[in-house]
Structure formats: structure tokens, C-alpha cells
Design a protein around this ligand. Structure first.
Ligand code: THU
Length: 125
């Protein structure tokens, strides 16, 4: 699975987003160490603060199915298409920190970063 392929899976997952309030559709594709891919999309709610981001949907799906080792996540977000860079929000960076190492790859539309680049000095217990 190369980075472009993982991003394409995220772009497809974006089409499942439930985002009637923001109109901002996000898809994520999380690559596990064993090669499995878990997808996620953002799921909004009329009670706005209950929205769940695509990245956390994917991570929680994976963990709930027994997977906790991850190597990369691709994120495809945007109102019209997935061409522009959509950085993960702070809450999702913190959830990534819980399960992923500093070299965990975050694949965006035109760049790839590591978790330590996006979340330096992260809080952990
Ligand atoms: N969103 C994500 O799915 N991931 C992020 O990292 C940033 C924001 C969603 C939440 C909400 O449904 C919409 O994008 C607009 O904030």
C-alpha cells in the first residue's frame, strides 16, 4: 500500500461523510501494522458539539476491532473536493498520540508529515 493508494481510499471514504451542518466532508484511511486499512468519515449531529471527526472514527473503529498498531493515516477533506490540504484537528492529534509513535505518517493531499511534526510536546501519562 503506497501513500497515493491510501489517500485514494481516504478520498472515497470522504464521500460517506455525514456533514449537513458544515458541508465540510472528511475521509480518513488508517493503515494498521498488519496491512489492514480502517476507514472513517466525519459524522455530525444537530447538537453540533457531538460531531466526530473522520480520523477518530477510523481510529475508534480499528481499536474496537482489536487493532492498536498503526503506521499511517491519510486524510482527505474539503467542501468541494479533496484536493486541498486538510490538517487533523488538535483532538485527533491527541488521539493519534495515544496509539501511534512519533514516526506515524500523516498523509495529506500534497504532503506527508510525521506525528511528532504535527504534535510536538504532546501530553501523555
Ligand atoms: N473534521 C474532521 O473530520 N477532521 C478534522 O481533523 C477536522 C474537522 C470535521 C468535523 C466537522 O464535521 C467538519 O470537519 C467541520 O469542522
Amino acid at each position: 500500500m503506497n501513500e497515493k493508494e491510501l489517500f485514494e481510499i481516504a478520498a472515497k471514504a470522504r464521500l460517506s461523510a455525514y456533514a449537513p451542518y458544515s458541508g465540510f466532508l472528511v475521509g480518513a484511511a488508517l493503515l494498521a501494522a498488519d496491512g489492514r486499512v480502517f476507514t472513517g468519515c466525519n459524522v455530525e449531529n444537530a447538537s453540533y458539539s457531538l460531531a466526530c471527526c473522520a480520523e477518530r472514527t477510523a481510529i475508534f473503529k480499528a481499536v474496537s476491532e482489536g487493532e492498536k498498531e498503526f503506521t499511517a493515516i491519510a486524510i482527505a477533506g474539503g467542501k468541494e473536493n479533496a484536493d486541498t490540504v486538510c490538517y487533523p484537528c488538535g483532538a485527533c492529534r491527541q488521539v493519534m498520540t495515544e496509539f501511534c509513535g512519533s514516526d506515524f505518517k500523516i498523509i495529506l493531499a500534497d504532503r506527508t508529515l510525521t506525528l511528532s511534526e504535527l504534535m510536538p510536546y504532546a501530553f501523555s501519562l
